[in-house]
Structures are given as structure tokens and as C-alpha cells.
Design a protein around this ligand. Structure first.
Ligand SMILES: [Zn+2]
Length: 116
């Protein structure tokens, strides 16, 4: 019996069109990604519920957006509301993601600092 163990997963692998590394074919067939996780700039998709219509005729639509679009959306919404706390929290959150730190994120409240 001749068997070479190349990957621990029993998944059919195809080549990433960008870096030529192996990636699960499922990524393409199921999710439509032609590149591997490392090459993909696409994060988790987010759904944002948005209220439409006026008066008695309102409905909720869920807008699906990419992770980076969602971050922008959250930030823009917070700025619109003048919610500086949320903006700060969001920035800390993104910073932590960049550095690949483990949560939970520490929310620093600069306003308390001025008081003491
Ligand atoms: Zn790749």
C-alpha cells in the first residue's frame, strides 16, 4: 500500500490562481473564491438590517457587505451619530485584528482620564 500523506484533510485540492499553493476545491465550488485564504482579501460577509419605506409600509432589508465595507459602515454610522465611544472601540478592534491579538479588547475611555 503506497500512500503519501500530503494534507490531513480529505479534501480535493486545487491551485490558488495567485500563489499556486494548494487550496480546497470547495472554496471555488462552494464559495466562488479563486484564491486561497492567504491571498484572499475578502473577509467574513456581514449582514446589516436596514429599515425601508415610510409610514405603515415599512420593511427590513438585509444588506450583505464585505468585512471591510462593514467596518467603514459601522464607523461612518458612529460618526454620524456623534458616537465617539463606538468609533474608538472600533479603531481598537481593527488595530487588534491587524496585530492578530487575542480578545477581549480593552476599551480605553479617554474621558475618564481627564477627570481623575
Ligand atoms: Zn494563494
Amino acid at each position: 500500500m503506497r500512500q503519501t500523506i500530503k494534507t490531513p484533510r480529505k479534501v480535493k485540492m486545487i491551485q490558488c490562481i495567485k500563489c499556486q499553493e494548494d487550496m480546497p476545491q470547495l472554496r471555488l465550488t462552494q464559495y466562488g473564491y479563486k484564491v486561497c485564504v492567504n491571498c484572499s482579501t475578502v473577509g467574513t460577509k456581514r449582514g446589516v438590517p436596514v429599515m425601508r419605506g415610510t409610514g405603515d409600509h415599512t420593511w427590513t432589508e438585509t444588506i450583505i457587505m464585505e468585512e471591510d465595507q462593514y467596518q467603514d459602515f459601522v464607523l461612518a454610522t458612529a460618526i454620524e451619530r456623534g458616537d465617539t465611544k463606538a468609533v474608538k472601540a472600533e479603531m481598537l478592534n481593527m488595530e487588534a485584528e491587524d496585530k492578530n491579538l487575542q480578545g477581549p479588547f480593552q476599551i480605553i475611555n479617554n474621558m475618564d482620564k481627564d477627570r481623575s
